[in-house]
Structures are given as C-alpha cells and as structure tokens.
Design a protein around this ligand. Sequence first.
Ligand code: SF4
Ligand code: SF4
Length: 134
Amino acid sequence: MKKRVTLTFPQRTIQMPVTYRLAKDFNVASNIIRAQVAPNQVGKLVVELQGDIDEIDAAVEWMRSQHIQVSLASREIVIDEETCVDCGLCTGVCPTTALTLEPETFKLQFERSRCVVCEQCISTCPVQAIATTF
Ligand code: SF4
Ligand code: SF4
C-alpha cells in the first residue's frame, strides 16, 4: 500500500538519513514529494511511503520515537483568488518565499513547491483568503 505523510523534523534530527533507515530497517520505500528546510532549521518532507501496512505502521512509530512529527495526511495551503486583494501582507511572514507579489502586476503569486505549510500566512491575511485543505 501507499501512504502519503508529512514529516516535520526538529533541528537535532534534520541530518538523520530517514529514508535509508525506512528502507533498511522497515522495508518501506519512500518517494519524496517535497522537501523544505525553513530558515529556523525546522525541516519538512512530504513523502509517499510504500510497503506492507504493518511495516509502514512500524516505520511511523519509529519516526515518532525519534521525535519526528508524522502527519498522516498532507495538508496543503489553499488561496482563494476571488477573496485575495493582493495586499501582500502574507508575503512578509512567509519563511520560504512561497508567497510573493509579482513585481509588474502586484498580484499575489503562490509557489506551492516552496510551501512548508507552516500556516503563518493564514492569520496574517486580513480577508481570510488563506486556508488549509483540512
Ligand atoms: S504556509 Fe504560508 S507562510 Fe508558511 S510556507 Fe506556506 S505559504 Fe509560506
Ligand atoms: S494577505 Fe491575504 S489578501 Fe493579502 S495578498 Fe495575502 S492572501 Fe491576498
């Protein structure tokens, strides 16, 4: 089976070769969908795990024992373009520059591949144009 998860690494585990350990110790293959390290050195990986259900569960349990936060569903940021007024406030708090204002049109640009779903932008938006998928 396949399971998509979001992994959040505290600073001290950021160098850990997690995907190698998952393959070697749990027979779980991991396909990295997205990887980001925010400037404060919290790392996020969106990974698709593939293997036997019991092996995946054991792998998730092991990661949690290593203080890696495992979210079983990967959240995404959603921006309602109809509501957004391109004020740019959210661009000021985004640690990965996933949110920027396009220099010529002053329209908000969202580069999803850079987003680590830290959610800092959500509370910044004055018109509640930003949300997560759940
Ligand atoms: S959740 Fe918002 S502030 Fe955080 S990285 Fe994504 S776009 Fe930037
Ligand atoms: S803070 Fe809200 S309204 Fe302003 S640019 Fe960002 S999403 Fe759009």
